[in-house]
Design a protein around this ligand. Structure first.
Ligand SMILES: Cc1cc2nc3c(=O)[nH]c(=O)nc-3n(C[C@H](O)[C@H](O)[C@H](O)COP(=O)(O)O)c2cc1C
Length: 216
């Protein structure tokens, strides 16, 4: 079976946000669609290992921020390559709580406030059906998943439902005499003549040089 045909499916890119008690948590997703038109219900797909799913099971109110082509692409990596279990993903961006759900600050094409209604088992993932409660207008052209791969040159981790190794695997640079450093979050390997520069940032997930470990 030629699974590259799946690349022809189109998606957007979103940040899901949920209050886990007093703490905002959330993750990047590319899977969201509108299921019904009247009193709309939407569906998202969340990996069972994602902390955001645990939080939404406890607190059904969540937000969905729709990325625009000119949104800060760093937010995709920040929310998509590490877990709210051990990282405060909102620390660099800030957030507002709107109707009980956190909205990460920044430019987005729009925001939705939703209430989870139902969780449908999809083996590795749960499909979350959610009622639309409110909307917040935004600006910009919505970013498609294709734009993210083609223009932003972004990747997706294995927890994304649409992960494909040949497209999304972060390739290691060939071995050389240079020093090699691996990103602790997404696994990207960078090479330098000497020490990793202090102002270096991971091109995939945007974390700074302190998040890299020397591997040779
Ligand atoms: C471009 C992109 C798309 C993603 N799409 C999804 C998705 O649709 N569903 C999902 O569960 N995870 C998706 N992920 C992965 C989650 O964002 C990632 O596993 C995250 O670390 C989960 O964080 P959490 O543990 O705080 O919930 C995607 C990540 C990226 C970068």
């Amino acid at each position: 079976m030629d699974i590259t045909v799946l690349f022809k499916l189109s998606y957007g890119l979103y940040v899901v946000g949920c209050m886990d008690g007093e703490r905002p948590v959330g993750c990047t997703i590319n899977t969201c669609f509108q299921v019904t038109s009247e009193n709309p219900i939407l569906a998202i797909s969340l990996n069972k290992n994602n902390y955001t799913l645990e939080a939404i099971k406890r607190n059904p109110r969540f937000s969905l921020s729709i990325l625009a082509e000119d949104s800060d692409p760093g937010v995709i990596g920040q929310f998509g390559f590490c877990s709210s279990r051990n990282v405060d993903k909102y620390a660099d961006y800030g957030y507002d709580v709107v109707e009980g759900a956190p909205l990460v600050k920044g430019r987005f094409a729009g925001r939705l406030i939703l209430d989870a209604l139902n969780f449908i088992d999809g083996e590795t993932h749960m499909v979350v059906l959610a009622r639309l409660v409110d909307t917040v207008k935004g600006e910009g052209t919505p970013m498609t998943y294709d734009y993210y791969h083609r223009v932003v040159k972004g990747k997706a981790p294995k927890t994304a439902p649409t992960y494909v190794a040949e497209r999304d695997e972060v390739k290691e640079a060939p071995k050389s005499a240079k020093r090699r450093y691996r990103c602790n979050l997404c696994g990207y390997v960078a090479e330098f003549e000497g020490e990793i520069p202090a102002d270096y940032h991971c091109p995939i997930c945007k974390v700074d040089a302190t998040q890299f470990s020397s591997i040779s």
